[in-house]
Design a protein around this ligand. Structure first.
Ligand SMILES: *Cc1c(COP(=O)(O)O)cnc(C)c1O
Ligand code: SF4
Length: 375
C-alpha cells in the first residue's frame, strides 16, 4: 500500500495551488477531470498529438486528477498511464481484428433497454455511460462512442417494472459506466426502488470510483444513503498495486462502516499486470485494505481492448503461483467470459492428475501426488 503524504499533489506544477478541501472533494475531482489533449499535455508532456486525436475521436478520454497523480508521468510504460492514455493499438486492425464491439451480446440479450438478463437469478442494469476515468481496457467500450448521459427516470421505471414482474431475479447488478458518477439523489432513488422489491436479496454495485476517485466515499450524505439499505454489496476494479493508497483504505473503511462488503475484480492486461509476483502483491494489498479478491478476468475480445490480451496460459500460471503461497481468502477466481453471451467460466490449473474408477490421483501446490479413494 502506498502512503501518500499530505499535500503530495502540490509537487505537480498544475496542481500546486489546489488546497486540501478541493483535492479531497469528489466533486472537485469530477469537475476537473482531464479530458482534452492540452490539459493532458500540461501534465504528461510526451503524449503524441496525432495518436491522441486519432484514437480520441473514436474512443474518448478522461481521467480524474487523483488517478493521474498516482502515475509516474515521465514513464510511458507506467501501468496507470497505460490504463488511461489513448494508444494507437486501440484502432489497429492487426490487434483488434478478432474483437467485436459487443461480443457478449449485452444489448441483444436485453429484455428492456438497459437490462441484460443472462443468468436466471441475476440481471445486469446499466445506469449511465459516464465514468470518472475511461479505462482503455473497458469491456463496455462501445459506450465510449455515445454522448455521455445517465438513464432517465422513465427508463429506470421500465427496468424496475421488469424486475418486479420477474420473481426469478434475486440479484441486480448496478453497473454503467460508473453508477457512482450519478448524483446522490439518483443513487438513493435506484437503491430504494430495488431494496423494496421482496424477491431481490442482493444489490451489487460495480464501481471504479474506489480506485479513481476514493473521495466519493468521503461524502457523508452518500454514506448515510448507503447505510439505509441492507442488501448492498460493492464490487470494485483494482488492477495494479500502485492504485492502492492510504486514501483507498479510508474509502473502504467508510464503506465497510455502512455495513457493505467490498469485493474486487481485476482484469489481466498485457504490459500492465501480467506478472504472477505483481498479481500476488496486488491481492495482498487488497487484503490489507479489507477488499476480498473476487474475479481475475481474462481480457475480453472487445474492439479497442484486445491489444491487452495475454494468453490463457498466463492466467493459469498466475493461479498456479497463488495457490499455496497466498491466503485462500486472497485468491480470486480466474474466469473467461464466453462470446455470444454464453456466460463466464472459471479456469483452474488441473489438480486431478488421473481419474480411475475407484481412485483419483491428485497433486498439491508443490506437485506432490496423492491417491485418494473415490467412493
Ligand atoms: C458477469 C455478469 C453477471 C454476474 O456474474 P457473477 O458470476 O455472478 O459475478 C451477471 N450478468 C451478466 C450479464 C454478466 O455479464
Ligand atoms: S470505470 Fe468501468 S465502466 Fe468505466 S471505463 Fe473503466 S472499466 Fe469501463
Amino acid at each position: 500500500m502506498r502512503i501518500l503524504q499530505d499535500s503530495y499533489w502540490k509537487s505537480f506544477e498544475k496542481w500546486k495551488n489546489i488546497d486540501r478541501d478541493n483535492w479531497f472533494n469528489w466533486k472537485w475531482q469530477t469537475a476537473n477531470r482531464i479530458k482534452s489533449l492540452e490539459d493532458l499535455k500540461s501534465i504528461v508532456k510526451w503524449v503524441d498529438e496525432r495518436e491522441f486525436y486519432q484514437v480520441n475521436t473514436l474512443f474518448h478520454f478522461a481521467t480524474t486528477p487523483y488517478y493521474l497523480s498516482l502515475a509516474d508521468i515521465t514513464n510511458p510504460e507506467d501501468p496507470i498511464l497505460k490504463q488511461v492514455i489513448p494508444s494507437k493499438q486501440e484502432i489497429d486492425e492487426e490487434y483488434q481484428k478478432e474483437a467485436e464491439l459487443d461480443p457478449f451480446l449485452e444489448d441483444i440479450k436485453s429484455p428492456v433497454p438497459g437490462l441484460t438478463y443472462r443468468y436466471p437469478d441475476r440481471v445486469l442494469m446499466r445506469t449511465t455511460n459516464v465514468c470518472s476515468v475511461y479505462c482503455r481496457h473497458c469491456m463496455r467500450k462501445r459506450m465510449f462512442l455515445e454522448e455521455e448521459r445517465a438513464k432517465t427516470k422513465e427508463e429506470f421505471e421500465i427496468m424496475f417494472e421488469y424486475i418486479k414482474k420477474n420473481k426469478n431475479i434475486k440479484e441486480v447488478l448496478i453497473s454503467g459506466g460508473d453508477p457512482l458518477t450519478l448524483p446522490n439523489k439518483k443513487i438513493d432513488y435506484i437503491l430504494e426502488n430495488l431494496q423494496y422489491i421482496d424477491h431481490i436479496d442482493v444489490i451489487r454495485i460495480g464501481t471504479r470510483d474506489v480506485v479513481v476517485n476514493p473521495f466519493r466515499f468521503f461524502d457523508e450524505n452518500l454514506l448515510e444513503i448507503l447505510s439505509k439499505y441492507d442488501k448492498i454489496w460493492i464490487v470494485t476494479h483494482f488492477n495494479h498495486p500502485n492504485e492502492i493508497t492510504n486514501y483507498t483504505k479510508q474509502a473502504v473503511k467508510n464503506i465497510l462502516q455502512t455495513g457493505i462488503p467490498v469485493l474486487n475484480q481485476t482484469v489481466l492486461l498485457k504490459g500492465v499486470n501480467d506478472d504472477k509476483f505483481l498479481i500476488e502483491e496486488l491481492m495482498r494489498d487488497l487484503l490489507k485494505v479489507k477488499i476480498k479478491p473476487y474475479y481475475l478476468f481474462h481480457c475480453d475480445p472487445v474492439k479497442g481492448v484486445y491489444h491487452f490480451k495475454t494468453g490463457i496460459d498466463k492466467g493459469l500460471e498466475i493461479m498456479e503461483h497463488l495457490r499455496g503461497r497466498l491466503s485462500g481468502i486472497g485468491i480470486p477466481t480466474f474466469a473467461l467470459d464466453l462470446n455470444g453471451g454464453l456466460g463466464k467460466i472459471p479456469l483452474l490449473p488441473e489438480y486431478i492428475v488421473e481419474k480411475g474408477g475407484k481412485y483419483i490421483k491428485f497433486r498439491n501446490y508443490e506437485n506432490k501426488e496423492v491417491i485418494i479413494k473415490n467412493l
